[in-house]
Design a protein around this ligand. Sequence first.
Ligand SMILES: NC(=O)C1=CN([C@@H]2O[C@H](COP(=O)(O)OP(=O)(O)OC[C@H]3O[C@@H](n4cnc5c(N)ncnc54)[C@H](OP(=O)(O)O)[C@@H]3O)[C@@H](O)[C@H]2O)C=CC1
Ligand SMILES: O=C(CO)[C@H](O)[C@H](O)COP(=O)(O)O
Length: 473
Amino acid sequence: MATAEIGVIGLAVMGANLALNIADNGYKVAVFNRTTERTREFLASAGELADRVVPCETMEDFVAAIRPPRPVIIMVKAGDPVDQQIAMLRKLMDRDDIIIDAGNANFRDTMRRFKELDGTGLTFIGMGVSGGEEGARHGPSIMVGGKEASWKRVEPVLTAISAKFKGEACAAWLGENGAGHFVKTIHNGIEYADMQMIAEVYGVMRDHLGMAASEIGDVFDRWNKGPLDSFLIEISATVLRAADPETGKPMVDMILDAAGQKGTGRWSVIESQMMGVPATAIEAAVAARSLSAMTGERAEAEKLLGLPGPGKAGDKQAVIDDLEQALLAGKVAAYAQGFAVMAAASTEFGWDLPMPVIAKIWRAGCIIRSRFLDEIAGAFSKDPNVSNLALTSAFSKVLLETDGALRRVVAGAVTNGLPMPALASSVSYFDTLRRARGTANLIQAQRDFFGAHGFKRMDKAGDFHGPWGSGAV
Ligand SMILES: NC(=O)C1=CN([C@@H]2O[C@H](COP(=O)(O)OP(=O)(O)OC[C@H]3O[C@@H](n4cnc5c(N)ncnc54)[C@H](OP(=O)(O)O)[C@@H]3O)[C@@H](O)[C@H]2O)C=CC1
Ligand SMILES: O=C(CO)[C@H](O)[C@H](O)COP(=O)(O)O
């Protein structure tokens, strides 16, 4: 008998916690997972919420267990598994049923799926969800893409399960088609940059100031009470203080320095490049993860080239204070770039992405949640169409205040051979942005020289060629 009001497919970390969150909010939820053992384990772990869970071992039973029109959330590994679930659902679902892909889909796959489902009578939604395990269970940030009418049909349940910032739901409809998944992708690109920059300042404290993991954790804890107050700083403090149960050593000191990546960071960079919008902090972070994975090559290079000699550590507290300011400046670069990429995509794909709303629904629930995002929400609410966050009065002030520290930190890192790709990219980004007369005049001259590409002049309109035709070399 159809008793459930909604269904969830996929009971790994995200799906299981989302299903419990839905049940916790008073909805009866049908669940299905390809491997039935996982469904049984899920039911056993549901505790007093088990009464609101309908476990299903076949897709047929799952669809039959939900009252039409059926909203079904797919929360499986992104890529082919999503297409496989949709193909199975298409055979069983009826007109007006709703399929919501809530995984980290590439928005281009989402756009394809919208096309494939067009005309079938089924409603499709591509939805980004952020918050990890804890967020999924108690309130994630939810980024919805699709028809506005589709959003209206599922708005009550999605707002109920979402995180709340001062009572405001962190769930919103952001635009048609792949808009939700695009915004989630850029959220993750920014997440990569945030994490990389935190790792860079950790490196200075560990390798230059010689600080132990727990002492660095204490610094992050203090920073978390100031302008850097954020989930990522908070968890960094916690993980730096954790001990390895096997050796008793700091857990972080036992973890291989090779970071994984599942694709969203890389897609952010690819899309930003395709649209010609610089996202240098995100690019640096993605490249840093790739370099981190080259453990063999790095070990070989260290043997061959050695490390630069350790420089003088200087005044420890002054360096730590500079690191805090530098991190703040780097954040401005990463967020300014991420929002600029979204603004370009909004035009390119005709989405009309609401920047103030995006900043608002990232203030709680998601991995990049922070005090900083509340300030971004404020800046965008004042001026929703600003071309670059760094040009708002609030953030240009932050940049002027942190400029010296960012330079000292990056200069110190370069002098002492400490890798700092994302923060260094931020200095260059701001220095390029703030210089009205750059150096691309020479590039234009070179292009014209070798390819007759032409150039514009500063003193008059039109297209011109230089005097390097014959005999210029
Ligand atoms: N983990 C996180 O912090 C976050 C993850 N996400 C995204 O949410 C989605 C789910 O993530 P997560 O919970 O970590 O799980 P995983 O990405 O690890 O995927 C595991 C789930 O996918 C199912 N699955 C894999 N292949 C298939 C297939 N061919 N057919 C059917 N089911 C399949 C698995 O079923 P089985 O048990 O049978 O193997 C299991 O339920 C992903 O898109 C992920 O990128 C989004 C935000 C945060
Ligand atoms: O979406 C997420 C957080 O927001 C997921 O945790 C995602 O897996 C993070 O990306 P990666 O695995 O590439 O670090």
